[in-house]
Every structure is written in C-alpha cells, then in structure tokens.
Design a protein. Structure first.
Length: 181
C-alpha cells in the first residue's frame, strides 16, 4: 500500500507532460489505463482478503481477533486500497492539469468527517466503526475527485498565460499573467 502511494507520486510529472503536450483527451486515456491496471491489482487484493482474510487473521493472531474479523470488517478494509488508489490517480491527474486547488478541496469535507465519524462510529461499534468510517470518507473523496476531474480541463487554468507556463503557477496565482520576454 505504501509502495503504491510512492509510485502514484511519479504520475504527476507524467500527467503534466501529457496534458500540456497532448490535451485532456490524451490525459483521459492515460488515466483510464492506469486505473485499469490499479483495479487488477487492488481487485485481486480485495478478492484475496474477502476469501482468505478471516482464516489469515485467525492464523496470525491465534484467534484473538476472531470476533472482530467479520466479513463486513474484512470487506471494508479490503476495499480501501482500491478506492484510495483510484482517488490518488485522479488526484495526480488534477495536479497535472494545474488544478491543485480542486485537489485540496476534494479532501476538506472527508477530512472533517473523519474526525467526527471516528468519535461516534468507533465509540459505538469498535473496529467495524473505524472500517466503515474509512470506507465512507474514502468513497466521498473519490466521488468528489471524479466530479472535479470531469469538470476540469474545460477552461484551462491561467488561460491568458503563454503556452508552457507551469500549471502549478497558474493554479496558485490564477489572476496573475506571466510575462515572457
């Protein structure tokens, strides 16, 4: 999971080059290919944990957590890498398009909800409450990122700036025109 997160950071410069050189259509194609590959790996992980998670937890912890290792808990935990990895790909695509502000905005509500839901769900339901909260907030982040990604690219950031202006500059300083000599 951590190696996956590290590899995703390599996507931003690739997405910047693709978006600036070939446009949103080429970026969409790249994003779809990467998400397809991610789904194969994380989908396999999901299936493996769903089928063998309970016996594996029993084997590793000697039956200590058998009560908590319900199918619902295991499926929530197994789905998280799939959802968060797709979110990270879309987040990298937004950053590559210079839409860092949208990337940030997609995380505000889920982060706030994490704190609130953790207090109530973990207190009320224990470990399954944590798993459900994580799944809910990760899903909300994904939904927001999908919406932002679909709308992004219709009006390029810093549309008055010359070609080749780094996307990050136009997102941070949207009302400033870059003057080239």
């Amino acid at each position: 999971f951590q190696a996956n997160a590290a590899l995703i950071t390599l996507l931003v410069p690739t997405f910047v080059r693709t978006y600036q050189g070939q446009g949103k259509g080429a970026l969409n194609s790249s994003v779809k290919k990467i998400i397809s590959m991610v789904m194969v790996v994380t989908g396999g992980y999901f299936l493996f944990l769903t089928l063998f998670g309970r016996p594996l937890i029993h084997l590793l912890y000697g039956g200590t957590y058998d009560e908590e290792a319900t199918l619902a808990f295991i499926m929530c935990v197994a789905a998280l890498p799939m959802i968060t990895t797709i979110s990270r790909v879309l987040d990298a695509a937004l950053s590559g398009m210079g839409r860092v502000k949208l990337s940030f905005q997609s995380k505000i509500i889920p982060t706030t909800l994490t704190v609130i839901l953790d207090i109530f769900l973990v207190t009320a339901f224990g470990p399954i409450g944590f798993a459900v909260e994580s799944l809910l907030t990760a899903s909300l982040t994904l939904i927001q990122l999908v919406g932002y990604y679909r709308r992004a690219g219709k009006t390029p950031p810093g549309k008055n700036n010359p070609p080749g202006t780094p996307a990050i500059v136009t997102d941070i300083l949207p009302n400033v025109e870059v003057v080239t000599p």
